[in-house]
Design a protein around this ligand. Structure first.
Ligand SMILES: [Zn+2]
Length: 51
């Protein structure tokens, strides 16, 4: 699972589609590390260990 999540540059919605269903514009891959899947996974792991 990598590079599946895309984001609409117009309405900022996350989607798996190539086109935003709201705006009909092409979505882009949100590549900045802020929202990387790896980061989310690490955080999830961290939370799991904490509880
Ligand atoms: Zn949109």
């Amino acid at each position: 699972m990598k590079d599946l999540i895309k984001r609409c540059p117009n309405c900022k919605e996350y989607t798996l589609k190539q086109l935003c269903k709201k705006c009909g514009v092409s979505t882009i891959s949100p590549h900045p590390a802020k929202f990387s899947l790896q980061d989310r996974y690490v955080r999830y792991k961290f939370l799991k260990e904490k509880t």
